[in-house]
Design a protein around this ligand. Structure first.
Ligand SMILES: N=C(N)NCCCC(=O)O
Ligand SMILES: [Zn+2]
Ligand SMILES: [Zn+2]
Length: 326
C-alpha cells in the first residue's frame, strides 16, 4: 500500500493529551515505524556538529526543535493548508553519524538520506551543523539530478577548507558546486551579512554561480519583492532549501554557533518562505540550532515554525500531485 492510498495519520490531539506529555516527535507526529515505514515527508534529525568552526552544540538542535514543535497546530492559515492531513508526514528519528570521523559521517548521512528518498519521502532534515547539507544534497541529486538551491544564511558557506579539512560547516556549497550536484543557473544566498576573510570570497562565490540577497536587501526591498525575485530565478526546477538558523538576527536566534549582527527577523524569514509556496520543493533542512546558547526556546521555536512552513509547502505539492516524491 502506498501512502497515497490511505488517510494520513496525524499528530497527537492536543485537546485530549496535553501537548507537554509524552516523548517529543516533530509536531507530535507519528514515528515513521507507526506508519508502516512509509512517509511522504520524513522529518529526520542529524545530530552531528563535528564540522563547526566556533561554538559547538548543534548536535542537540534536532531534539530542541522537536521539543519546541509541541506547540505547532495542524492548520497553517498563512498557506491555507493542513499539512499533516494533505500528506503523511512522520518523524524518522535520527541518523547516527560518527562524531570522530567527518568523512565517515558524511557517508553515513548520504546513505541514510538515500534510503529515505528511495522509499519515496521528501526530507525535512533537522541539523546538526551545516556540514550535513553536502551529503543531503548528494542524495537529493542522485534522485533528481542537479537541483536549484536557496541557501538562507548569514554566511556564504562556499569557503574552500578549514585547517585543511574539506568537509566543514563553512564549505558544503563549494563542494556541492565542484561535484556538479547543483544547478548553477539557480543558486541564491539569502540573508548574507557580516565580515568576510577578503573580497575574494565574494568573487569566488559569484564564479560558482551564486546570486546574493543580503540581509540589508531584504530590509530595503521587502519580503514580497524578494520572494518574487527568488521565484523567477528558480522557475519550476527541483528546489532544495537549506536554512541556517543564523540567517536570523541573534535577537531572534541567539542559540547558534556563529552569530552575526544585523540579521532577518523570524517574521521576514517565514514570510519569504510562504512566498515560495508554488516552488517545486523536493527537500529542505534547518541547521545550526545550538540550544546551549538559547534562551526561552527563542531559537528552537523559530526553527520549528521554519520547518513547519517548509513541510507545508511540500505537503501541498504532494496533495496537488506534483512529482517530488518522484
Ligand atoms: N555555517 C555556519 N553557520 N558558519 C560558517 C562560518 C565559517 C567561519 O567560521 O568562517
Ligand atoms: Zn551561518
Ligand atoms: Zn551555514
Amino acid at each position: 500500500m502506498t501512502t497515497a492510498d490511505r488517510r494520513p495519520l496525524g499528530p497527537v490531539d492536543s485537546s485530549r493529551i496535553p501537548r507537554y506529555a509524552g516523548p517529543a516527535t516533530f509536531a507530535r507526529l507519528p514515528r515513521i515505524d507507526e506508519v508502516g515505514g512509509a512517509a511522504d515527508v520524513a522529518v529526520v534529525g542529524v545530530p552531528f556538529d563535528s564540522g563547526v568552526s566556533y561554538r559547538p552544540g548543534a548536535r542537540f538542535g534536532g531534539n530542541a526543535i522537536r521539543e519546541a514543535s509541541r506547540l505547532l497546530r495542524p492548520y497553517n492559515p498563512a498557506q491555507d493548508a493542513s499539512p499533516f492531513a494533505l500528506a503523511q508526514v512522520a518523524d524518522a528519528g535520527d541518523i547516527a553519524a560518527n562524531p570522530f570521523n567527518i568523512n565517515e559521517a558524511v557517508e553515513t548521512i548520504q546513505t541514510a538520506a538515500d534510503d529515505l528518498l528511495t522509499a519515496g519521502a521528501r526530507l525535512m532534515t533537522l541539523g546538526g551543523d551545516h556540514t550535513i547539507a553536502l551529503p543531503l544534497l548528494r542524495a537529493v541529486a542522485r534522485k533528481h539530478g542537479p537541483v536549484a538551491l536557496l541557501h538562507f544564511d548569514a554566511h556564504l558557506d562556499t569557503w574552500d577548507t578549514y585547517f585543511g579539512a574539506e568537509y566543514t560547516h563553512g564549505t558544503p556549497f563549494r563542494r556541492a558546486v565542484e561535484e556538479g550536484i547543483l544547478d548553477t543557473s539557480a543558486l541564491s544566498h539569502v540573508g548574507t551579512r557580516g565580515p568576510l576573510y577578503g573580497k575574494q570570497d565574494l568573487d569566488d562565490d559569484a564564479k560558482m554561480g551564486f546570486g546574493i540577497v543580503t540581509s540589508a536587501d531584504v530590509m530595503r526591498r521587502g519580503v514580497d519583492e524578494v520572494a518574487q525575485q527568488l521565484r523567477e530565478r528558480i522557475g519550476d526546477r527541483p528546489l532544495y532549501i537549506s536554512i541556517d538558523i543564523d540567517v536570523l538576527d541573534p535577537a531572534h536566534a541567539p542559540g547558534t554557533g556563529t552569530p552575526e549582527a544585523g540579521g532577518l527577523t523570524s517574521r521576514e524569514l517565514l514570510e519569504i518562505l510562504r512566498g515560495l509556496s508554488s516552488c517545486h520543493l523536493v527537500s529542505a533542512d534547518v541547521v545550526e540550532v545550538a540550544p546551549a546558547y538559547d534562551h526561552a526556546e527563542i531559537t528552537s521555536v523559530a526553527a520549528s515554525h521554519t520547518a513547519y512552513e517548509l513541510t507545508t509547502i511540500m505537503a501541498r505539492q504532494i496533495a496537488a500531485g506534483a512529482s517530488g516524491g518522484a
